[in-house]
Ligand binder design. Structure first.
Ligand SMILES: *Cc1c(COP(=O)(O)O)cnc(C)c1O
Length: 355
């Protein structure tokens, strides 16, 4: 078996969920979209079943996968429905849904459910991606209530920059939210992970915890104790080739890395086809048998070359951590000009081991 393994520590997932919910107070949806940010949504939902207040996914297909696996808890569709026909499934599986546009509101008004829906009505408080603008929100809320198609309406919005604590935009979005929803009854939900962790005014009835569940800190260093979150995914592989190169020799595609000294190169089974970011090339951290080293040369489709010059005990069969405990995924994301979210979602081809 190719030794690329994504070890998913479900106990860490539970720890992180409880930490996020305690920070926020109130109830918290565990966000499992994109197959649980690449961690396997069904396994994550099952691991959280006895502690989570509910789950959130992007779309109906993702929710049906959870229901088919026996997940009975509330599940919110964060994108709502794409066509009116989906509402029958929403009703049959007792899903909750976001309504974020005039088109979706009309679909609900035109539906004939036996039981009214549980709706989360999205306000565009400044991110300008989805939701009703502040001047239209109240009318949308009123139409929804008058339609009789909503059993309850949770007032919600989403932050654009909650992961930048010094930036005033989040406070401004909260003020827009409070003004646009003033006097409308019902529960509220405004915070994603970063909002839950560091914006006290974002603490409302429901938090929506995504990246924090998986143990990747969305905040800059210093805003959360370093070890408060526990990384859930540990991506590891093994060395299956070793060579000694003299100084001045190129390594890999494009020959854009050239050895500066006598160099021992280890070859590991992982590449961009596995979801490891190709842009994280020479210099990006890895840990060989727990000791940190770095990638040299470009990341290939199925292989990566690493520097073993200072690790004489490392050789064929040595374990290499791509991210997890010795190497923070945020370091790799920074090296690749990306974010932990994207790296995690892309891990689809590894062998998954749950513990
Ligand atoms: C993805 C998503 C979240 C979770 O965001 P994180 O930054 O991963 O916590 C919360 N709310 C909405 C609407 C989302 O789409």
């Amino acid at each position: 078996m190719r030794p690329l393994i994504a070890t998913i520590r479900l106990d860490h997932l539970r720890h992180n969920y409880l930490l996020a919910r305690a920070a926020h107070g109130g109830k918290t949806l565990a966000v499992l979209k994109a197959n649980g940010y690449g961690h396997n949504a069904v396994r994550c939902a099952q691991a959280l079943a006895d502690i989570a207040d509910g789950f959130a996914v992007a779309c109906l297909e993702e929710a049906l996968q959870l229901r088919a696996a026996g997940v009975a808890a509330p599940i919110l569709l964060l994108e709502g429905v794409f066509e009116a026909a989906e509402l029958a499934e929403v009703e049959r599986h007792r899903l909750w849904l976001v309504v974020q546009s005039e088109g979706q509101l009309r679909m609900l008004e035109g539906a004939n459910p036996a039981e009214p829906f549980r709706v989360w009505l999205m306000l565009d408080s400044g991110m300008h991606r989805e939701g009703f603008l502040p001047q239209h929100y109240r009318a949308a809320w009123q139409r929804l209530r008058d339609s009789g198609k909503a059993e309850s309406i949770v007032k919600m919005t989403h932050f654009a920059r909650a992961d930048e604590p010094g930036v005033p935009m989040t406070q401004a979005q909260i003020e827009v939210f409070d003004a646009a929803t003033a006097g409308l009854p019902g529960e509220e939900s405004v915070a994603n992970s970063a909002g839950m962790l560091c914006h006290p005014r974002a603490r409302r009835d429901w938090g929506r915890a995504g990246i924090v569940l998986y143990g990747a800190n969305p905040l800059p260093a210093g805003y959360l104790q370093g070890d408060a979150l526990k990384p859930v995914m540990r991506l590891s592989s093994r060395i299956f080739g070793v060579r000694e190169l003299a100084a001045g020799e190129p390594v890999g595609y494009g020959s854009n890395f050239v050895t500066e000294r006598q160099t021992r190169v280890g070859l590991i089974a992982c590449g961009y086809a596995d979801g490891y970011p190709r842009l994280a090339s020479s210099g990006s951290p890895v840990a060989v048998d727990g000791r940190r080293s770095r990638i040299i040369g470009r990341v290939s489709m199925d292989m990566i070359t690493v520097d073993l010059s200072d690790l004489p005990e490392a050789g064929i069969g040595s374990e290499v951590e791509l991210w997890g405990d010795a190497v923070s995924i945020n370091e790799v994301a920074a090296a690749a000009g990306s974010i932990s979210y994207e790296l995690l979602c892309n891990i689809k081809r590894a062998h998954f081991a749950f513990e």
